[in-house]
Design a protein. Sequence first.
Length: 155
Amino acid sequence: MATATEALEKFRTLLNSLTAFSCMSPPFSTTLPKPIVRGSDVQKFGYMAMLAFTVCGSFWLEFFLKTSVIRRWKRALLSILPISALFLIWDAYAIAQGHWFFNRDRMLGIYGPFDIPLEEFLFFIVVPMAAILTIEGVTTVKPHLREKEFGKDEM
């Protein structure tokens, strides 16, 4: 927590120095509130909370608009898994080289191969699935967009 406080103080100092020579007032007060200390129990769910919000924001389309994406789960996984595998390899390489890291305070602490956290594996499933559900939801409500992009279905 000390490093976050030090960083905040440096930011305040920088803001004060920038606004001291300006003829305009700063867009917000330079006396920023002190950071709220969150317990480590809550903090470790940060990445999972983002994934949960992603699920809540798009998976309802499956049930209310009947997009049938989850019903065709094999097709969805065949679309998602090859690209996800490439990105996970990229993640593993970046972690090994020190170019990329995950804040262990914001992770559940479950790690898979190559020191990649569970949340990252889930990210590469949940986010593409949300994108597919969103596209299918839009083209369900506005079928003319599907026809414009992909042509008429021949059945």
